[in-house]
Design a protein around this ligand. Structure first.
Ligand code: GDP
Ligand code: MG
Length: 444
């Protein structure tokens, strides 16, 4: 049995690393997927370079192929670039400014500015209980101001009364004054677009910005914007300065590569997603969902995720078996420490287990805060194989050698050994109480 156990551990640690060849081969496929998803070419290039750096040499999880592993790494990198978890970078509109807070919507004609203005106003009114005033600054298209008025009526949001003959800047000023006098929390400024980016549009946007001093400037862009997304986002950000992006028409079959392109060139988050023509078709931005969609390889990603989970579960189960036999050497402790670091730290984990309050206190006393995991693993790595298997071999001179090898004091080595003894005792005790250990290892 012990042969089988060590066999498993060998396999776990000896799964191999991604070679440059593996990575390049997989990246060819991935480049195609990104281009198909309409990610702009320069972004594809810089993105795949970044992935190559990260992927070469990375460990391959057992039971997946190197190619699948690269897909997972690409996916993680995409999620990271798109803004981590929802609530982080993509965490919605910022209203943290003195009222009335102005939100200016900019973008090309037909991108969905007016529709998205209505959607956001509706959400702020109904869900967030804000008093919102909408104003159309689009004096170019004949029925544009009327379009916003109708949206206001449909969604119970006030619109600034239409005054013929006023220009965008005048309307913006009038909207701010009306909002101040009327006690509004938010003013939504829906601007006019053009079919292409041009100088007059940029000048107009800058003037409106100066007049209204908006707290948010959202670039509204069609998810099918494709290769132009980079120019679009760059121009608006450089000339006007955007604070975020609203991506419309994500209900279509576009894969949303524009989200990555625009975020890559501006560093500004995608904040909202439009998923239909109706006023309630507005969603928060979830990087993982978009990453799945851009990559179009969601199946492979979940396969690799499951494989990694299975490995962790397998490790935990083997560990539990060993401990139940009262065997817990320093190799096991090192493995534990690595796992715990992965799971968000010991203290948070211990807090979840019943009846270990006392142990947690001891561990705290042993200074096992989450930052020292790495150092403790380093101490163990400086020991010989025999010392790890039989900690009692570690007498003064060996301790000195280990301390020097891992750059710590002998007292740190002592602390670690003491902690190991306490844990081994605890494991033995808990192993006898049936179920307890299973529960604990399940938590790992
Ligand atoms: P604007 O010129 O930027 O103000 O664009 P509009 O708001 O007038 O929208 C142009 C067209 O796109 C309209 O027919 C909208 O109904 C449609 N539209 C806007 N957002 C979405 C969306 O998220 N999904 C879909 N399917 N259509 C949208
Ligand atoms: Mg419009």
């Amino acid at each position: 049995l012990s042969d089988r156990l060590s066999g498993i551990f060998d396999k776990l640690t000896g799964r191999g690393a991604l070679s440059e060849n593996d990575v390049n081969e997989a990246l060819r496929e991935i480049r195609r997927a990104l281009i198909e998803a309409d990610v702009a070419l320069p972004v594809v290039r810089s993105f795949t370079d970044k992935v190559r750096n990260r992927a070469v040499g990375a460990e391959v999880v057992k039971s997946v192929t190197p190619g699948q592993m690269v897909v997972k790494i690409v996916h993680d990198q995409l999620v990271e670039m798109l803004g981590g978890d929802a609530g982080g970078l993509g965490g919605g509109i910022d209203l943290n400014a003195p009222a009335p807070v102005a939100i200016m919507m900019v973008g090309l004609q037909g991108s969905g500015k007016t529709t998205t203005t209505g959607k956001i106003a509706r959400r702020l009114t109904q869900r967030d209980k804000r008093k919102v005033l909408m104003a159309s600054l689009d004096t170019r298209r004949p029925a544009a101001q009327e379009q916003l008025k109708v949206l206001g009526e449909q969604n119970d949001v006030d619109t600034l009364p239409i005054v013929e003959g006023q220009g965008p800047v005048e309307i913006a000023k009038r909207a701010m004054t009306a909002a101040r006098l009327g006690g509004y929390d938010v003013v939504m400024l829906d601007t006019a677009g053009r079919i292409h980016i041009d100088e007059p549009l940029m000048v107009e946007m800058s003037e409106v910005k100066a007049a209204a001093n908006p707290h948010e400037i959202l670039l509204v862009a069609d998810a099918l914007t494709g290769q132009d997304a980079v120019n679009l986002a760059k121009s608006f950000d450089e000339r006007v300065g955007i604070t975020g992006i609203a991506l419309t028409r994500m209900d279509g079959d576009g894969r949303g590569g524009a989200a990555l392109s625009m975020q890559a060139v501006t560093g500004k988050p995608v904040k909202l997603i439009g998923t239909g023509e109706k006023s309630d078709a507005l969603e928060d931005f979830y990087p993982k969902r978009i990453a799945d969609r851009i990559l179009g390889m969601g199946d492979i990603v979940s396969l690799v995720e499951k494989a990694s989970e299975a490995i962790d579960a397998e490790k935990a189960a083997e560990m539990a078996k060993k401990m139940q036999k009262g065997h817990f050497d320093l190799n096991d402790l090192a493995e534990q420490l690595r796992q715990m670091e992965k799971m968000g730290g010991m203290s948070s984990m211990m807090g979840m287990l019943p009846g270990v309050g006392k142990m947690k206190k001891q561990l705290d006393a042993a200074n096992l805060d989450d930052n020292v995991f790495k150092r403790q693993v380093a101490i163990i790595s400086s020991m010989t194989k025999q010392e790890r298997a039989k900690p009692e071999l570690l007498k003064a001179s060996r301790k000195k050698r280990v301390a020097a090898g891992s750059g710590v004091d002998v007292s740190d080595v002592n602390k670690l050994l003491k902690m190991h003894r306490q844990m081994a005792d605890m494991m033995k005790m808990m192993g006898k109480k049936k179920g307890m250990l299973g529960k604990m290892m399940g938590g790992l």
